[in-house]
Design a protein around this ligand. Structure first.
Ligand SMILES: [Fe+2]
Length: 156
C-alpha cells in the first residue's frame, strides 16, 4: 500500500533513511571527483571534458541537496560530514594525476555505482510503499545512466 512519509513505520523510515544517506554520500563524493577532473583534465579534448565534468558536478550538487532534504521530509538525520560520507561511499576519491581516458573511466564507474545504488534505494522505498522517495530515486538513477552513456561513448 502506498504510504506518505507520516504514515511510514519507524523501521521503514530507518531503512529508507539508510539508503538515502548512502545515495547522498556517493553523490557528494562524485561531485568532488567531477570537480577534481574538471580542474585537472588535460589533452586534445580538454574543452568538452572540462565542460562535461562541470555539468556532472553541478547536477550532483543539486541532487545531494534533494536527496538529503527527502531524508528530512521523512524525519531522518542527514549525514552532513565529509568523513562520514567517505566512510559510507562505494565511490572513492582520486588523488594525484590521471590521463583523460583514466578520468573518463573512473567517472563512468562512479556513475554506474550511483545508478545501482539509486535503483536499490528505489526498490527498498517501493518495498515500504514509499512511492514518493521511489520516484526521486528513479529519476536520479536515470540521470546517472545518462551520464554513464555520455562517458562510455568517449571510450568506444
Ligand atoms: Fe570551472
Amino acid at each position: 500500500m502506498t504510504q506518505t512519509a507520516a504514515a511510514l513505520s519507524t523501521d521503514a523510515k530507518s531503512a529508507i533513511v539508510e539508503v538515502l544517506n548512502q545515495s547522498v554520500a556517493e553523490t557528494a563524493v562524485t561531485t568532488m571527483l567531477a570537480q577534481n577532473f574538471h580542474w585537472n583534465v588535460t589533452g586534445m579534448a580538454f574543452g568538452p571534458l572540462h565542460e562535461l565534468f562541470q555539468k556532472i558536478y553541478e547536477d550532483h550538487f543539486e541532487a545531494q541537496d534533494d536527496l538529503a532534504e527527502r531524508i528530512k521530509a521523512i524525519g531522518g538525520h542527514a549525514e552532513g560530514t565529509l568523513a562520514g560520507m567517505l566512510d559510507r561511499s562505494k565511490v572513492g576519491e582520486h588523488s594525484g594525476t590521471a590521463s583523460d581516458r583514466e578520468m573518463i573511466k573512473m567517472m563512468l564507474d562512479a556513475q554506474e555505482t550511483l545508478a545501482a545504488t539509486l535503483a536499490g534505494a528505489g526498490e527498498i522505498s517501493a518495498g515500504h510503499g514509499d512511492t514518493l522517495t521511489e520516484d526521486l530515486c528513479i529519476a536520479r538513477g536515470q540521470t546517472h545512466e545518462k551520464f554513464a552513456w555520455f562517458l562510455r561513448s568517449h571510450l568506444a
